[in-house]
Design a protein around this ligand. Structure first.
Ligand code: SAM
Ligand code: SF4
Length: 326
């Protein structure tokens, strides 16, 4: 099993399949975003090879993300490959849901069990403003298809002050009253040259819980506060679903971090919010054997930094969220 120098068991790999996206969420990327040329992205063959090596090293969970992972035409095949890889016990997907309508059933058939769908508001006009050109109906159709296909659903909402920090949060939380879903609220994180906007409009967990308590009454802590992934869970009294709070800014969960990230261009990112990286692409394309790549993976795990430096005002500078995958 892979352990880092702080004795954390690192067994979860998040793989970005592309840096491109069919939306332009204001907190994530500029409208005029340029994406990497195709030949800089790992090929399907390179991804399959790495997934096998990570499984052999002791990684147990893989999540596909992006950019927008559903833009990659081989997504279903890659999910099937990952679910059949020895050692990999769970495969997840994080998507904006726009293309999920048609993909949910084939993904389920390929072995996917759960999906995280990003949805910041149920107001169509506001959704268009946040995503710059997205259509809410497409995401709602994707959400419906995911539930119909039998996928476990988690909704992720990034909350921005003055945009979706009041009635939108309350409306999203209402899903948990009749669905067994997790609705999770994420503190906005600062990246690169968008950092000032992101910091200014971040809404913290404590404030959101007050908003939700005012609407639904006291929230019950679930699992005695033990984290589910990165989320602390609460429940509205009697609700089948849960509310989750992912609070990397005000309640960092670095001590429990178990993940590495692989960017679409083949770089291992050792912490979401630090720029430490290990580039695997030169190895993959330079003829390195499996042993050599395995050593690089183990070394990267060992060198994973303890945690982020937001409190010391250290903001990641080299890549934005869409180039890492969240
Ligand atoms: N396109 C897919 C999606 O939106 O779900 C996957 C990639 S996206 C980068 C992954 C997650 O990161 C989404 O839930 C998105 O809302 C979140 N995200 C993007 N920028 C963020 C930021 N600055 N702070 C916190 N979360 C952010
Ligand atoms: Fe695209 Fe996801 Fe970023 Fe929105 S959050 S722009 S959907 S990558």
């Amino acid at each position: 099993m892979p352990f880092d120098r702080y004795n954390r068991n690192i067994d979860y790999l998040r793989i970005s399949l592309t840096d491109a996206c069919n939306l332009r969420c204001v907190y994530c990327m500029p409208e005029q975003m340029t994406f990497r040329p195709r030949d800089e992205l790992l090929s399907d063959g390179e991804l399959r090879r790495l997934i096998g090596l990570f499984g052999a090293v002791g990684f147990r969970k893989i999540r596909f993300t992006g950019g927008e992972p559903t833009l990659r035409s081989s997504l279903v095949d890659l999910v099937r490959h990952a679910t059949q890889t020895p050692g990999i016990e769970a495969v997840g997907l994080t998507t904006n849901g726009v293309l999920l309508d048609k993909l949910a059933a084939p993904l389920r058939e390929a072995g996917l069990r759960s999906v995280n769908i990003s949805l910041d508001t149920l107001d169509p006009e506001k959704f268009r403003r946040i995503t710059r050109w997205g259509k809410l109906d497409a995401v709602l159709a994707g959400l419906d298809a995911a539930a119909q296909a039998g996928l476990r659903v988690k909704l992720n909402a990034v909350v921005s002050r003055g945009t979706n920090d009041r009635e939108d949060v309350v409306a999203l939380a209402r899903y948990t009253l009749d669905q067994p879903w997790q609705v999770r609220f994420i503190e906005q994180m600062p990246f690169g040259n968008n950092a000032e906007f992101q910091k200014r409009s971040m809404v913290d967990e404590a404030e959101l819980r007050d908003v939700l308590t005012a609407a639904y009454g006291p929230l019950e802590l679930v699992n005695n506060g033990r984290l589910d992934g990165e989320a602390r869970l609460y429940r509205i009294a009697g609700a089948p679903g849960c509310l989750g709070f992912i609070s990397p800014v005000t309640k960092p969960f670095c001590a429990d971090c178990n993940r590495l990230r692989l960017t679409a261009d083949g770089v291992l990112r050792l912490c979401l919010l630090r720029d430490n990286e290990v580039d695997l692409r030169p190895l993959l394309r330079g003829g390195a054997g499996d042993d050599e790549i395995t050593v690089a993976i183990r070394q990267a795990v060992f060198e994973k930094p303890w945690g982020h430096g937001l409190e010391q005002h250290l903001i990641p500078a080299t890549r934005g969220m869409s180039e890492i995958g969240g």
